[in-house]
Design a protein around this ligand. Structure first.
Ligand SMILES: *[C@@H]1O[C@H](CO)[C@@H](O)[C@H](O)[C@H]1NC(C)=O
Length: 439
């Protein structure tokens, strides 16, 4: 009876602890975050003294927070209990297992609500009710998850004389880095969420996609959700999923056909009246090379002779390529012949690159009396490609048994052929003379 009750008690404890695990919302993280105090206005550059270490406790419901249970570690200056009903900040990429080396990168900045400066959108700020609501302390948290899995920027409202920190707007991307092949359609993920209980909800939104490369920026596409209008200036082939945008806040940018010159940084900004949040993505067009060897059929090589061969790798991007030449002899043994002399690159009209490697091949280098297969290997981030040609060598030094047999065979066939031909010709010649004699 005692055994039974122990098992009974143990299982009750087990069930209770399970229930507790489920109730404590495991997936929402506690994030180490740099809190950037107001930037010094003189220098422009933020100095280290303006950053302090803080901890963000994220929950999806206000009542899940338990500030009393938190012991602040000594090196932490500030603790924030943040409520994010959207759950955007509870993604697993922001919550690595304890002890993991890779941690999310987080920055918390003071945020100043202000009317949108976008010229092409209908004013979002004509509702009179907003300003009172705006009288609070505002913060913006930008968090990059581990392994470029996602990034999120959340704008947080902290009403004065309260403990609350509520996420009001969050913008998320699940494609922090996108590698696309040339000519493929590209999806740059971006989605946003506005707190439905906020007066800013339903008061209109706009989405702006910008492109940046080496300091130059431009508008890729802008969309005003209030008037359902696209910006006049926009990239050809760039569009949004308008239904998904209005129904689910899916602000993903669709590019019809990836081009090399579209590689760069993209910024997805979402504006609601007075506040905006943005995330940054990286698009890289990665196209592996096409590889060919010239001449494509090689003459038989005589020992002591040097052959010059060219390997052309074309149509690749980005400009990052490693050539290597290899020779595989008839026994399957592979010898490396080095990279050859690599030319400068040429750029094609579609932005892809070409490069050539020249190999001056001395037959002595092959260390093989017989031929084999010569390969040019081009290693590229988009994949390794290679071209092969057969290389025949006439070997005098050490003919193998097969070579000798072949030679004997050839000699026999030749002998037979000569015999046959001479027999045919002499035969017919005799006939002719016979006929002449008869006449
Ligand atoms: C957003 O829209 C794009 C384009 O229609 C779609 O491919 C993608 O799956 C959508 N994302 C979400 C999270 O629904």
């Amino acid at each position: 009876m005692t055994g039974f009750s122990t098992i009974y008690k143990l299982s009750v404890v087990a069930i209770l602890s399970l229930v507790q695990v489920c109730a404590c919302d495991l997936s929402c993280p506690v994030i180490d975050c740099w809190y950037m105090l107001e930037k010094g206005r003189s220098g422009g550059l933020a100095n280290a003294a303006n950053q302090v270490k803080s901890l963000l406790f994220i929950k999806t419901k206000e009542e899940q927070h338990d500030p009393q249970s938190v012991n602040t570690p000594p090196d932490i200056n500030d603790v924030f209990f943040i409520t994010d009903p959207s759950g955007s900040m509870c993604h697993r990429a922001l919550n690595p297992p304890e002890g993991a080396i890779k941690k999310p990168n987080c920055e918390l900045n003071p945020f100043q609500p202000e009317p949108s400066s976008l010229k092409w959108v209908a004013p979002l700020t004509d509702s009179a009710q907003s300003p009172l609501y705006l009288q609070a302390q505002w913060l913006a948290a930008t968090i990059h998850g581990v392994d470029k899995e996602m990034s999120v920027t959340s704008v947080i409202r902290h009403p004065t004389q309260s403990e609350r920190n509520d996420v009001i707007l969050s913008v998320t991307t699940k494609t922090v880095y996108v590698a696309a092949r040339l000519g493929e359609p590209v999806l740059l993920d971006c989605s946003f969420w506005v707190d439905p209980s906020s007066p800013l909800h339903g008061a209109g939104f706009s989405v702006e996609w910008r492109y940046q490369f080496r300091g130059n920026g431009r508008l890729v596409l802008g969309y005003d959700g209030k008037t359902d209008r696209l910006s006049k200036i926009r990239d050809e082939g760039a569009t949004l999923d308008f239904e998904g945008l209005h129904q689910k806040g899916n602000a993903s940018l669709i590019l019809a056909e990836a081009k090399v010159k579209q590689s760069g940084t993209y910024i997805c900004s979402v504006h609601v009246p007075y506040i905006l949040a943005q995330v940054t993505l990286e698009l890289e067009i990665v196209e592996p090379p096409s590889v060919s060897i010239h001449p494509s059929t090689l003459p038989l090589m005589v020992p002591g002779q040097t052959l010059t061969m060219l390997c052309e790798a074309s149509g690749f991007a980005p400009l990052s390529l490693d050539f290597s030449w290899e020779f595989k002899d008839s026994d399957g043994k592979v010898r490396s012949l080095g990279p050859g002399s690599v030319s400068g690159h040429r750029e094609g009209h579609d932005g892809t690159f070409s490069q050539t490697s020249r190999l001056d091949l001395d037959s002595a280098e092959l260390q093989s009396g017989r031929g084999g297969e010569l390969s040019c290997v081009a290693a590229h981030p988009g994949g390794t490609r290679q071209a092969n040609v057969n290389l025949g060598v006439i070997g005098f030094s050490t003919p193998s048994i097969e070579d000798s047999m072949a030679m004997v065979g050839v000699a026999l066939v030749l002998y037979g052929l000569i015999k046959f031909v001479s027999w045919t010709f002499t035969g017919s010649g005799e006939e002719e003379t016979d006929q002449k004699k008869k006449n």
